[in-house]
Every structure is written in structure tokens, then in C-alpha cells.
Ligand binder design. Structure first.
Ligand code: ADP
Ligand code: MG
Ligand code: ZN
Length: 474
């Protein structure tokens, strides 16, 4: 029998706020251990949490970006457990009334458009970090109380590739929306991978195996590449898989059992008594709604439709947000968007990278590239000259029209002037002229090259070709 994998992801991302979720301590990576702490995030008795409004805003904004509904009332709950990384012995989270629910993400995977539904995205707090030394362990509480968003997907992902594409799409959206920097190296994104297998075509779900706390996407891929065949082999041997939690051993490249359902935690959730339920007003919601940005995939598709860009160009202008914004501003009303896109992607981005400047620091005004394209299309300068003009424009900030005029670069399209040059070249190269008349077409290219040289590159190559043919055939 053939089996298929079913995967659901619980992704945790740190929100991009200045301060922590319930106190004024900095939300900052890399500070010396236990320097960003206070009685609130250290869980001293008698302290009271005050919700970080920006974190609430970013949570609701995430919900909007992920097509979720925003309930009119959300509340916070305590998830109780005893572990050194939490000085309070509970984590504040949203249990049965989360801030957002029932959305979806569209993303591209394996050349297809996929949709995965989002069960919910709720707000909680991060916990401290245990650090192990040779003879003892320590806890760094700088991370304790950092706002954390948990985004839960429906079990609708069916391969390791699709899981990675989902995660990349999700983090792209969150970065684009200013929700989180999603810097994996700083531990800003972690996920729990839930995976089961079932006979292909079956609707029922198999027993869920949860692989905890993955902190790289390549780890997610490798863990699934190990776990899916392991489960399939087990059921094919006739084993009955039971729900369990497993750990990914990154060095060994295997998952190993941590605990079964029988010894699952009982978190004794109950409403957080120190916090009011959150009931956003219409005007507050409207403010958040105004922050909604166009998602990467939507932008890519729009660039393809509106400007007839090929997928690769649209993708390049989506991956680089600043380039996409710049393109969008300068292309407005121009009849050759594809050519404008080429200049941005192939020329401008390279020069910017080389010089270390950003789009905001460009010397030349935004009409520069459209004007350059116009000059080429009107036959005033050749594409080769355009490259030169572009470099000068980039360096000096002068507009192409001015550069062309000042340096006398204007391409010669005047058939009369070109004809004189052509006659000169034919006279000087009688052998090639005869070759052409004898049917050897390549000779024309040689003659054309000579005319271009004679004109110092200023002749319009199309016109040169036409005039040469007319003279030679005449
Ligand atoms: P829990 O209450 O144990 O956290 P949930 O039902 O809320 O479990 O699901 C947690 C995550 O596991 C979700 O992302 C969900 O899509 C995924 N999931 C649930 N059941 C399965 C299953 N049988 N196979 C794979 N993933 C699953
Ligand atoms: Mg879970
Ligand atoms: Zn604090």
C-alpha cells in the first residue's frame, strides 16, 4: 500500500517590539546574560503585567495578513509548568480565545500554487534560555517575556519540500509586514513539526508525532526526510504508531522519542487573572488595518499581470522589496515595463551592490532610467551607448538627455549620413562586397561592423544594415 505524509506546523516567531510583552525591559538580542530583566519578567511575587500594545497590534496585523478573522474579544491564559526557563512557573498565552483564527496562506511550491489554512495565530511570551557549561548550567532570562506569536497551521502540508516552502512564505510575509525580523540565527523563529502518515487517499489522520523545537528550516527538512520514511516503514511492518513527542538529533540525523501521550503534560490552563480580556475598538482595528501591506506573492502576480513581466523578473522584484518599490515608482505610465525591469534588475541593482548605496541614496532622479529607455527606443542612442550613459548617470546624477548631448553620443539614424559611411566602407572592402553579392550573408555583418567602427559606434545598427543591403543589392 502507498502511504502519504500529513504535516502541520506550529511556528513561533519573536515580535519586533522595542520592549518585552509585560514589562519595559528591552527586547534585544545579544545583550549580556540577565541584563534585560526586572521583577516582572523574573516572575517575582506581587508584580503585575502590563500588555505591550505594539505586540497586540502586530498580532492582529499578522491575522490580517494571514486572512484570519479577528474575534472581538481575546483573552490570556496561564499555561502552568515547572522548568528552569520560566521563573514564573507558567507561561502566559492565549488558549481558547486567541487574537486571530481561521486564515490561510497562499504560496508557491513545486511550481504550483498551494494554500494551507491557518488554524490560529496567538500571542504568548517567550521563556528564558538554559545554557549548559561543563560543570553547571545557567539560565539567561533576557529572552523571558519577549512577545512571541504562535502560528498554527492545519494538517495540510504533505512533504518536506512543501513544509519548507510554507515556512519561507510565512516568514517572508512576517518580514514584509514588519511583524518580525525572523532572523533564524538569533533564534527568532522556531517550530514544532507535527507529522503522521496514512494510506494514500485516506481521509482519516494517523497518530500525530510531534518533533519539538526545530530552529532551522534545513533541520525541518532533514527531520521530515528521516521521520516520514521511518513512520511508513513502521506501519508497513504492521506496527501501530502511537502519538508521541520526539526530539531531532541534528548531529545524528535522527529523531528519538521524548515522551508518549501517556506522560503528556497537563498544563492546567486557566484565565490569567492579572490581565483584562482584550477587546479591540473599531478605531484601533482601523489603525491596524491601515498597516496592511501587499504580500510578496500578490505583488509577484500583480507585476506579472500588470506589467507582463516574466515570472523570474517579477520574483526578483519581489524578493528585493526596495527594488520592487523603485521599479513600481519609475515604471508608472511607461510603455516598456519589461525594459525598465531589466535595467533595474540587471544594471541598477548590481551598481548599488557594488557601491554600497541603497535605492534611497541614488544620485539621479527617478526619471533617469525611463528617459534612458526612451532614448534607446527612439533610436537616439544604441544599447551599448546606453550602458555607458547609465554608468555616467549613476556616477554623476546627470540625466541621460544631458549626458548624450554634452558628450555628442547621439546615435546617427539619418539615412543620408549613414549612406555616406556605407559607401566608404564598401569601397574600402571590395572583397567582402563581392562575397555578399555571391550569397555569403556573413559578409554583411563584417561590413556592418566596419560602418559602426567608422561612426564610432554612433550609427544606428538597424539603419546601417538596411542601407548596406540596399547599396549592395542595387
Ligand atoms: P495539540 O492540541 O496537541 O497541540 P492540535 O490538534 O492543536 O494538537 O494540533 C497541533 C498541530 O498539529 C497543528 O499544526 C495541526 O495541524 C497538527 N496536527 C494535528 N493532528 C495531526 C496529525 N494527525 N498529523 C499531522 N499533523 C497534525
Ligand atoms: Mg503542540
Ligand atoms: Zn522585565
Amino acid at each position: 500500500m502507498e502511504y502519504e505524509a500529513v504535516i502541520g506546523l506550529e511556528t513561533h516567531v519573536q515580535l519586533k517590539t522595542l520592549s518585552k510583552m509585560w514589562c519595559g525591559c528591552a527586547n534585544e538580542f545579544g545583550a549580556s546574560p540577565n541584563s534585560n530583566v526586572c521583577p516582572v519578567c523574573l516572575g517575582f511575587p506581587g508584580v503585575l503585567p502590563v500588555a505591550n500594545e505594539q505586540a497586540l497590534r502586530l498580532t492582529v496585523l499578522t491575522g490580517l495578513l494571514l486572512n484570519c478573522s479577528i474575534p472581538s474579544r481575546a483573552k490570556f491564559d496561564r499555561k502552568n509548568y515547572f522548568y528552569p526557563d520560566s521563573a514564573k512557573n507558567y507561561q502566559v498565552t492565549q488558549y481558547d480565545q486567541p487574537s486571530t483564527r481561521e486564515g490561510w496562506i497562499d504560496f508557491e511550491s513545486g511550481g504550483r500554487l498551494e494554500t494551507v489554512r491557518i488554524t490560529r495565530a496567538h500571542l504568548e511570551e517567550d521563556v528564558g534560555k538554559n545554557v549548559h557549561f561543563e560543570r553547571c548550567s545557567g539560565v539567561d532570562f533576557n529572552r523571558a517575556g519577549v512577545p512571541l506569536l504562535e502560528i498554527v497551521s492545519e494538517p495540510e502540508i504533505c512533504s518536506a519540500d512543501m513544509a519548507c516552502d510554507y515556512l519561507n512564505a510565512l516568514t517572508d510575509i512576517l518580514v514584509r509586514g514588519g511583524i518580525s525580523d525572523c532572523d533564524m540565527e538569533k533564534g527568532m523563529v522556531r517550530c514544532d513539526v507535527n507529522v503522521s502518515v496514512r494510506p494514500k487517499g485516506s481521509k482519516a489522520l494517523g497518530a500525530k508525532i510531534e518533533i519539538k523545537n526545530m530552529n532551522t528550516f534545513s533541520g525541518v527538512r532533514r527531520a521530515l526526510d528521516y521521520e516520514i520514511p521511518r513512520q511508513i516503514a513502521a506501519v508497513q511492518r504492521g506496527e501501530r504508531l502511537a502519538q508521541e513527542t520526539r526530539r531531532w538529533d541534528d548531529i545524528g540525523g535522527i529523531t528519538e522519542s521524548m515522551r508518549s501521550k501517556e506522560d503528556a503534560h497537563d498544563y492546567r490552563y486557566f484565565p490569567e487573572p492579572d490581565l483584562m480580556p482584550f477587546e479591540p475598538s473599531d478605531s484601533w482595528l482601523a489603525q491596524v488595518r491601515a498597516q496592511v501591506v501587499e504580500l510578496p506573492l500578490a505583488r509577484k502576480r500583480r507585476f506579472m499581470e500588470q506589467f507582463q513581466l516574466p515570472p523570474s523578473d517579477a520574483q526578483a522584484l519581489t524578493d528585493d522589496d526596495a527594488a520592487g518599490n523603485y521599479f513600481q515608482r519609475i515604471v508608472a505610465g511607461h510603455r516598456s515595463p519589461k525594459t525598465i525591469a531589466n535595467w533595474v534588475i540587471n544594471n541598477l541593482k548590481g551598481k548599488l551592490a557594488e557601491s554600497g548605496f541603497s535605492f534611497g541614496e541614488l544620485q539621479f532622479p527617478e526619471v533617469g532610467i525611463p528617459q534612458l529607455v526612451d532614448l534607446v527606443e527612439a533610436g537616439k542612442i544604441s544599447t551599448t551607448m546606453a550602458q555607458e550613459v547609465f554608468l555616467e548617470m549613476f556616477r554623476t546624477g546627470e540625466l541621460p538627455g544631458g549626458i548624450v548631448e554634452r558628450r555628442g553620443l547621439s546615435q546617427v539614424s539619418d539615412a543620408g549620413a549613414i549612406e555616406a559611411l556605407c559607401r566608404q566602407v564598401i569601397e574600402a572592402n571590395p572583397k567582402s562586397a563581392d562575397d555578399f553579392r555571391a550569397g555569403r550573408g556573413a559578409a554583411l555583418n563584417f561590413l556592418k561592423g566596419q560602418v559602426m567602427k567608422l561612426s564610432k559606434g554612433k550609427a544606428n545598427p538597424g539603419v546601417v544594415g538596411d542601407v548596406l543591403e540596399r547599396l549592395l543589392n542595387g
